[in-house]
Ligand binder design. Structure first.
Ligand code: UDP
Ligand code: MG
Length: 305
């Protein structure tokens, strides 16, 4: 059995020595061969140098360096392109995903699960705002897409090589990995794990990043935001028709009334707002079409051993 481990690394210089040691300890308990694909996602610190200096200690370590920061999703995509294993595990390199869990995942895999995702038992490390926000995201996502995104499942997963091949077939540039991995289907199972606090360094996800990720995910997997405007249009024009009939009749019966400035302004402003919002949503999708059509590579490799 050949096992591939994908490690996306961004500003992880201090974490990597500990991480690789912990990972190696676990890999030693697994029969067969292994490879570790460490992908330096254009880190501004000395992550790449640290990886290179660790290379002699870990014969099965492959280091890939991106030409700039392309994001975690791109790093994972690159890892999946390169991985040769019968099973592929993706985990964060900041020690928040304990490598021991890989053993449990492999058990599940041997029992026939083609995808095993690790569910976080606790989200205590996150603030309440982030938790509320996460809950909201999953709810919206499940409501407006056909995908049943497993809640609490991050990118810490084991994939069978068939699943990897399927994901590699998906051509989109916009890599919302959680969505893509759910979209391809396959028999899935899960294991639980306790996410550790980040030992050092800063989480590189700001609220803005997460918000963008959510918008990305939603627009990549649903056209409901586009279609909902037709519904609004029908509702508003029905309302307008009723109001029009009322105006005509009341004018005929009671004569010309004093023109209503307030209702006129409300109507104009409300409709203006609705039109701008719907235009914005359409623009969002056109932007995405533009990005896909440009057909640029998802990542660019600068250094590869
Ligand atoms: N990461 C990456 N590129 C980025 C941001 C993050 O490869 O642009 C990696 C990072 O090195 C880590 C994983 O993605 O291994 C998760 O990142 P982080 O710990 O910052 O996110 P969080 O744990 O807060 O979700
Ligand atoms: Mg982390």
């Amino acid at each position: 059995m050949h096992l591939s481990v994908i490690l996306p690394c961004y500003r992880e210089a201090t974490n990597l020595p500990v991480m690789l040691a912990a990972l190696q300890k676990v890999l030693e308990q697994i029969p067969g061969t292994q490879e570790i694909l460490a992908i330096d996602d254009g880190s501004p610190d000395n992550t790449y140098e640290v990886l290179c200096s660790l290379k002699p200690q870990y014969k099965n370590l492959h280091i890939i360096r991106f030409a700039r920061n392309f994001g975690k999703e791109a790093a994972l995509t690159c890892g999946l392109h390169r991985a040769k294993g019968d099973a592929v595990v993706m985990l964060d390199s900041d020690l928040q995903h304990p490598p021991e869990v890989i053993l449990e995942m492999l058990e599940k895999w041997k029992q026939g699960d083609q995808m095993v995702y690790a569910l976080r038992r606790n989200r205590d490390g996150d603030g309440w705002l982030r938790r509320v926000y996460t809950k909201m995201f999953y709810w919206v996502f499940r409501t407006i897409t056909d995908l049943d995104l497993p809640e609490g499942a991050g990118d810490f997963r084991l994939l069978d090589k068939k699943v990897v091949a399927a994901i590699n077939l998906l051509p989109e540039r916009n890599r919302f990995m959680k969505g893509l991995m759910t979209w391809v289907g396959f028999k899935s199972g899960f294991v639980y794990f306790d996410a550790a606090e980040r030992t050092s360094g800063q989480s590189s996800w700001s609220f803005k990043n997460l918000f963008m990720l959510a918008i990305n995910g939603l627009t990549a997997f649903s056209t409901v935001p586009l279609r909902v405007w037709s519904l609004f249009g029908v509702l508003i024009s029905t309302g307008a028709l009723v109001y029009m009939i009322y105006l005509v009749v009341s004018t005929l019966v009671f004569g010309i009334d004093t023109p209503g400035f307030a209702s006129l302004m409300c109507g104009v402003l409300f409709m203006g707002g609705i039109q701008l919002i719907s235009l914005g949503v359409i623009g969002e999708y056109i932007g995405r079409i533009f990005n896909e059509v440009k057909d640029r590579p998802i990542y660019i490799v600068a250094e590869d051993d």
